[in-house]
Structure formats: C-alpha cells, structure tokens
Design a protein around this ligand. Structure first.
Ligand code: CDP
Length: 219
C-alpha cells in the first residue's frame, strides 16, 4: 500500500520513539504523525462527553468524528490521557475507525514517518523502514516522570513505573493489533543511550533501509 518512503517507528510507552521520529522528520524533511495522539484524543473526548471509554460503542462514535485540529489539545499530553488512550485502544472498532486517517497520512507524496504501536505490523506493513524502540521499564518510567514533572504534573516515580507496567501489559496482551515488533523491524534498545545516541542509531538504520529500498526500486 505504501507509495513513497515510509518509516514506521513502534515501541512501548516512553521508549523514546516520539523523539526519534521527530528528529528523523526534521533531518529528512518528512512529516511525522504521533499516532498515540489519536488514541489519546479519543479517550479524552469520550470521557469529556461523560461517556465510558471502556464501552466500544461510545469510544467508536468519538473516533469516527475525530478531526486533525483536535490533536492539538495540550490535555492529550497528560498522564491521565495516556491511560485513557490505552483503554480505548483495545477496541477493534476504534482501531478500525482510525485506520484511514493513518494510511492517508502515510501515503502522502514524498513519504512520511508514523510512530505508535502497530505501524509496522498493521497500519503500514509494507513500510521500507521499520524501527522498534525499547528500553527497560525503569528507564522509561524515569524518562516519563521527568517529562511529566517538566509539564507541571506532580507525580511520584513509583506511580509512573506502575502506569508503564500496566500499559505494557494491556498494550501487549490485547487481541486487536497487540504491541509487538514487526518481523522485519530493526530493534533499537535505548536503555544505555542518550537521546543523541538513539537518534544517531535510528538515522543509520533508516539510511541503510533507504539504500535497500532505492536499490529494489531500480532493480
Ligand atoms: O508516549 P506513550 O507511549 O506514553 O503514549 P502514546 O504513544 O501516546 O500511546 C498512548 C496509548 O495509545 C498506548 O498505550 C496504546 O495503548 C495506544 N496506541 C495504540 O494502541 N496504537 C498506536 N499506534 C499508538 C498508541
């Protein structure tokens, strides 16, 4: 389905996939879609409407009407929004409702970068470059804790670690598009890496994938 050079960046919560995707986008001049924002928006808007995020019908109704401008809301970056996102993300009908938006983004001329949980496995299985970014739960919790505190959220590290573990378990065990690396994804383990090192490693993976992709198109 992919026409141009698409980069799929998947991985668990706070693994650094968003930062890696943003840097790649800047360096390569490609647009980036943080697909987690779609699920965050559905979760937050469902709750705001007084509806139940665990009810597939309620959450799907919101997902079907979602528009790009609703992804700008700063409330989507909060800890509560991450939890709501992972609750609505278990519903297959919610995932189906968000599919076209993501595929349309991926198919734009010149290529695109999408980060999420199922980009390399479900949304863009033919993407020529796939990364799966990971780190240990402790390190991810520390990164997320610092990020949340930077946003003014007063939260204990232990609570963030518990969130991360709960979300890993829910995202990895759900029936619909569970979080897992695509068979052809390059694994990027960032536990011992700085942001710079992770971004450099990602760039090397993408450069190699691009060279293979260009060669296959010539041949
Ligand atoms: O940054 P963080 O990983 O905490 O969150 P996110 O990427 O914004 O994703 C929030 C939640 O949305 C995840 O825990 C997943 O349950 C869900 N999600 C998904 O199911 N599929 C995606 N492509 C992206 C996010």
């Amino acid at each position: 389905m992919t026409g141009d050079f698409v980069i799929a960046v998947d991985g668990p919560a706070a693994s650094g996939k968003g930062t890696v995707a943003t840097r790649l986008g800047r360096e390569l001049g490609l647009p980036v879609l943080d697909t987690g924002l779609l699920y965050r928006a559905v979760g937050v808007l469902t709750e705001r409407a007084g509806d139940d995020p665990d009810d597939a019908g309620h959450a799907t109704a919101v997902a079907l009407l979602l528009t790009a401008d609703q992804l700008e809301d700063p409330a989507l970056r909060t800890r509560a929004a991450g939890e709501l996102a992972s609750r609505v993300a278990v519903h297959p009908r919610v995932r189906a409702a968000l599919l076209d938006f993501q595929r349309t983004f991926a198919l734009q001329p010149g290529g695109a970068i999408l980060d999420g949980r199922d980009i390399g496995t479900v949304i863009c299985p033919d993407a020529p470059a796939k990364l799966y970014v990971t780190a240990t739960p402790d390190v991810r919790a520390e990164r997320r804790w610092k990020q949340l505190r930077g946003q003014g959220e007063d939260v204990a590290y232990e609570d963030v670690l518990a969130d991360i573990r709960r979300r890993d378990a829910r995202d990895g065990s759900r029936d619909a598009a569970p979080m897992r690396p695509a068979d052809d994804a390059a694994l990027l383990e960032t536990t011992e890496m700085t942001i710079e090192q992770a971004a450099d490693a990602a760039r090397r993976i993408v450069e190699a994938a691009r060279a293979r992709w260009e060669k296959s198109r010539q041949g």
